[in-house]
Design a protein around this ligand. Structure first.
Ligand SMILES: Cc1cc2nc3c(=O)[nH]c(=O)nc-3n(C[C@H](O)[C@H](O)[C@H](O)COP(=O)(O)O)c2cc1C
Length: 193
């Protein structure tokens, strides 16, 4: 089961706008992330949940698929229907770089929870944190550190796991049918003997 969820948990960049994610579902996913490990158990991460209207507001402040400059992603009419903006609360701990590992664990917990419920997402690390904070009126002590785009998967998005190239290149790519390939390194290539 977990293996299946891990396989299905791909970075989607096209969503079905007719099926917005209910807020209660997102709160459940955050509730799972809440229970995840945290360095020194400080728990400095806080979460801003955006509905479809809020998602449209921040979408222009996000950057998608830098490796595919010829594609407009997400496509028009296939935008994410929700976002979670994960923030580091500097009043809990001043240095936001100290919560990077917490952040990864929390993001994965949230995404796997979403996939279990039939939704998908994409981590967005490339965004204008200052503008996002301003537009959403997030208190200044909260530093936006990662955005997670969420929605129902769009049928036009097919993501295929591939093997990394022999030269070690792992850049994702799309073919002429718009199939999205994500090269992963082989197990033997990541084990240090
Ligand atoms: C911390 C982090 C930040 C990311 N930031 C972006 C981003 O700004 N824009 C984007 O389109 N994808 C982003 N991604 C998605 C990666 O490109 C994606 O995980 C990678 O291509 C592998 O695909 P997969 O998630 O389907 O395995 C990010 C992923 C992670 C983990």
């Amino acid at each position: 089961m977990l293996r299946e969820l891990i396989y299905e948990n791909r970075s989607y960049r096209s969503f079905d706008e007719s099926m917005p994610v209910p807020k209660e579902k997102i709160l459940n996913w955050i509730d799972n992330a809440r229970l995840a490990p945290s360095a020194s158990n400080r728990q400095p991460l806080k979460y801003k949940v955006l509905d479809q209207k809020g998602a449209e507001k921040v979408l222009p402040l996000t950057r998608w698929a830098a490796a595919l400059p010829d594609f407009q992603l997400p496509p028009e009419g296939h935008h994410p229907t929700a976002f979670v903006v994960i923030c580091h609360d500097t009043s809990v701990f001043p240095d936001s770089s100290a919560s990077k590992v917490d952040l990864g664990i929390a993001a994965m917990t949230l995404l796997l929870s979403a996939v279990e419920d039939g939704y998908v997402g994409c981590c967005i690390g490339s965004f204008d944190a200052e503008r996002v904070g301003e537009v959403l009126r997030i208190p200044e002590r909260m530093e936006p550190v990662l955005m997670i785009a969420l929605g129902a998967p769009s049928p036009d998005e097919t993501i295929i796991l591939a093997e990394a190239k022999k030269d070690g290149d792992t850049t994702y790519y799309r073919d002429k049918h718009n199939l999205h390939f994500v090269p992963k390194r082989k197990l033997e290539d990541i084990i240090i003997e």
